[in-house]
Design a protein around this ligand. Structure first.
Ligand SMILES: [Zn+2]
Ligand SMILES: [Zn+2]
Length: 354
């Protein structure tokens, strides 16, 4: 579909990539989302895929199991796009977002009106929707409608590759903020996927040196390239050594590795979402060593800070992206995302190239 007048909201259908059954994706023709108050229309430029999308694909995500993400499910929560049509009844949008802006979207859309929202704790909102996860169409499509208040404008210095990494990076920054990661502290990152490698980058900036634990050679190579100080296989890192441990692998067993390696008084940021229960956690040991575990839900308030970190070069997309494939190669993209030998952790789709 060609959009001739930027103040007109396109109608008709669009192409979208969707999970239609467990393990099955299809390109569908779906209606362009209709205008809605306060919401703008966006043409996504790039959509990153991650482990959460794999869980949606395989039907193991909690959103699928509890019925919040019915089929067909248009995924895509890590994205950058361009605003192509304004909110109805206005020439611009909300004064902050304008047609033509390149933007990233906040995954969590809070209601603005519940107890948590009124207390300023938007990421604990009781009526959350999450773009591409539940309650809101994702960005793996030609068009996406978004509340203008849930967008951040991307500075020119941040290219599309970097902008599509902002969503995972906000959670990493939230995690390192919550554990108050400080200069000179000993930091260990467990996991060498996108979250792990972003944690290496940010951890180096905040603390200095960062060690890494990983299970595959390609991931450990990536960590080394990102400036990791020492790279270990599970069980090799020194016990009781680290002030800050970031669990970014999402493997249940990695939580034991986090507890084993954390120093007395240390803090663990649990970012990876382990699907399985973790057996035999010795709570008394955790208590006696004074370890604090933080579950990191999301970094809803960190988007603008992370954009600035990419603009300043403190964070980089270099070495992070294995491939960008056109939307209709979504099956290949998911296959590559599950290949541990890929050269970099992130696989992305380009919804313009169909
Ligand atoms: Zn993700
Ligand atoms: Zn709310």
């Amino acid at each position: 579909m060609t959009l001739r007048n930027t103040d007109q909201w396109p109608t008709g259908t669009m192409r979208a990539a969707a999970v239609v059954a467990p393990g099955v994706t299809e390109i569908l023709e779906l209606p362009v989302p209709p205008p809605a108050p306060g919401e703008v229309l966006i043409a996504p430029l790039r959509v990153g895929l991650c482990g959460t999308d794999l869980e949606l694909l395989h039907g193991t995500a909690s959103y699928v199991r509890d019925g919040r993400a019915p089929y067909p499910h248009v995924f895509g929560h890590e994205w950058v796009g361009r605003v192509v049509a304004p909110a109805p009844g206005r020439s611009g949008t909300d004064g902050r977002i304008t047609v033509g802006d390149r933007v990233v979207g906040h995954t969590m859309i809070s209601c603005g009106d519940c107890r948590a929202c009124h207390r300023g704790r938007r990421n604990e909102c009781a009526r959350l929707r999450e773009v591409g996860l539940y309650g809101q169409q994702g960005a793996a499509a030609q068009y996406l409608r978004m509340p203008a208040r849930a967008l951040s404008v991307v500075p020119d210095a941040v290219d599309d590759a970097a902008a599509a990494l902002v969503e995972p990076a906000v959670t990493v920054l939230e995690g390192l903020d919550r554990v108050r990661c400080s200069p000179g502290e000993r930091v260990l990152v467990i996991g060498t996927g996108t979250i792990g490698l972003l944690a290496v980058q940010l951890g180096r900036r905040l603390a200095g040196k960062v060690d890494v634990v990983g299970v595959d050679a390609a991931g450990l190579d990536g960590a080394h390239t990102m400036g990791a100080h020492r790279c270990f296989r599970p069980g090799e890192a020194p016990a009781g050594h680290y002030d800050v441990v970031v669990e970014a692998s999402g493997a249940g067993a990695a939580f034991h590795e986090a507890l084993r390696t954390t120093a007395v008084g240390g803090r663990i940021a649990a970012v990876g979402v382990a699907a399985e229960a973790v057996d035999a956690v010795h709570v008394g040991d955790l208590v006696l060593r004074g370890i604090t575990v933080h579950g990191i839900r999301h970094g809803l308030d960190q988007y603008d800070r992370v954009l600035q970190l990419f603009a300043d070069g403190a964070l980089t997309a270099t070495g992070m992206v294995a491939a960008v494939l056109p939307l209709d190669r979504v099956t290949d993209a998911f296959r590559l995302l599950q290949d541990p030998s890929r050269t970099a952790p992130k696989v992305a789709l380009d919804p313009r190239a169909v």
